[in-house]
Write a protein that binds this ligand. Sequence first.
Ligand SMILES: [Zn+2]
Length: 321
Amino acid sequence: MKYIVLDLEWNQTYHEKALAVQRELESRLRGEVIQIGAVMLDEKKNICGSFCVTVKPRFYKKIHRHVMRLTGIDQKQLDNGLPLREAMDAFYRFCGDDAIFLTWGPDDIPMLCDNLRANRLEAPWLSRNYDMQPMFNFDTDGAERKQRSLEYAMDYFHIEQTLPAHDALNDAYFTALVAQRLHLAEGVRRADEAKTDNLSLFVLGDADSGERGFSDIKSVFAAPQIVNPVCPLCGEPLEDADKLLHSKGQRYLRLYRCKTDGEIFTEVRLTRNINETWRARVTVYRATEEKITRYRDKLALKKDFAKKNRRRNKKAPTIEE
Ligand SMILES: [Zn+2]
């Protein structure tokens, strides 16, 4: 077994062009991969190899000004890159089977998957992939879900930025230096456990794949799949809806019960489409005791806070939202 720390750079295009291409492909392609960088770590987390390839884009062929400025990759380099199929073959030869892929943040793997789909390619050997951000959070201050930048993690471990950023290999190298300081095996095990609790995942209002986005948050919560959720295990309606817990980053969590399968959470995460409408990513997962306790504690905290606020504002005129 080895760890492959992976970083990608991708090209972008202007909004109308991207929409047209995605409509044509009938799949999401927000960017096109132009560089794959990777650093291999052995089981003891020693660096034992590196890989870098420039990929020739097929749909967004012209380098975006902003991407060129950021990555230093120019049009000539792009034109001389390998087609994605060949680049992935070479990458596979480097990785071999039995690799665990690590990225900084949740974006690279979905981006790569979108690119593979657009090119009718498959790479099942990539399936064991993990985001290192939660591992970093767990090993440092335990703050879940905070998206810390790689720079933040490097600062934290006093790793000096000795090479320019936004080069896939350099970024993979610095991510690997962070990885060496984390409890990777435990992080992977925790992520695997969390995955087995996940029951279903779907996206509503994804404008990138041609759906109409939601014009406001209220209409998201009027969508039938959200108003009347069903249990992914038995297909029966979920019952006993508890209170909606709104957390930072437009996350909405609600506890339900399925008569057959017990307590189940639905989490709605809202993000903006490129046309400024909303899309909702809905995750349905098994409610473990630990998660229920955390949910109830947070609800109680909010209630407490609201009560205090009301008392404080008693004499002040209320402002309706
Ligand atoms: Zn059920």
